[in-house]
Write a protein of this length. Sequence first.
Lengths: 217, 217
Amino acid sequence: MTPSFALYVVTDEVVSGNRSHLECARAAVAGGADAIQLREKAKPPWEILAIARAIRAATAETGAIFIVNDRLDIALAAEADGVHLGQDDLPVAAARRIAPSPFLIGTSVGSAEEALRAERDGADYVAVSPVFATGSKADAGAGHGLEVVTAVRQVVRIPVIGIGGIGPANAADVIRAGADGCAVISAVLAQPDVAEAARSLRSVIVRALTDRRSESA
Amino acid sequence: MTPSFALYVVTDEVVSGNRSHLECARAAVAGGADAIQLREKAKPPWEILAIARAIRAATAETGAIFIVNDRLDIALAAEADGVHLGQDDLPVAAARRIAPSPFLIGTSVGSAEEALRAERDGADYVAVSPVFATGSKADAGAGHGLEVVTAVRQVVRIPVIGIGGIGPANAADVIRAGADGCAVISAVLAQPDVAEAARSLRSVIVRALTDRRSESA
């Protein structure tokens, strides 16, 4: 079965107003998040592993997918479901040789060409990153726009996720453009009630997915 | 067969006067280094992997052991012989579950107790770090001294390596204290002729190892 990535929440302790990764993850899954990605670049590896193990336990309770950013070794050690590889991280093909399916490998792409290569190299999903300009990731640059989501959707069979500048106001547009889900940081984690923000955003995404499926049926 | 770690060179582009990791590794193995560790904390993962693959090819020609610092995933992707885990990195037991023998796992220790735990958790060697005070690693602190090398040697069966402030003048002392090898950065890489520095330091170490064995025979 293809995993659902409808609402994919990337944890970030700064954007969340210094709530811990574990608190962010717990609140997001309480609000129905389908997938959680632990993204931590500053802490030492042993500490990231300890956090990952705690989130693994928290997500196991709800069945949410748990993905670790960048560090495939930490993802494997924490028994996460997968790893998310950015453009500076291990190449998808190298990661795939170490971690066979059903371990999930996702990667960020900026064009249909990159998405095709990722799929060919063994990726399980691609994230168009960033769809819109965003303040949550300092290095993300200008947005690729909805056209790139559509272009990626047309060339790959694996799930396509949008990330970057997505919130309640534009999430449905990202789904209509062809995405199977939206990944967010601040739209959920910068809100006072994270679980409620997740629940409400997820309902927008799921409604748009349902509308798209009924239109194409 | 127990691998030989007599002369173990840790690459460092700054200490080496901006020679690349690959140049450092090539020169060190040309001088007879038994093991090379790629230690790179600043570059992005994809680039560390590319460097690791190049060093893997260079060490394969001479049979030198090739170890990657910290990143078990990069070590596996580069088909290195092993990983070296510092105190901030993945715990040995977590790494061992991902990477079964004969993949080598080494770790830094500061006491006999830490060495015993590392051996029990599946380490293939321990590095007493630092033996002496050193300028090559900013965070290494004061030296543990030769007594700790001896104490570690008495409690574990796996190879014991000394690292930190070791050079031609004191390498034999480290071996006499019970080490099976010496790991160095600047004693080899900060020298104008790296291969010659490796050759000359290795002969000091091998002579001390030979003397120790004949004394105990």
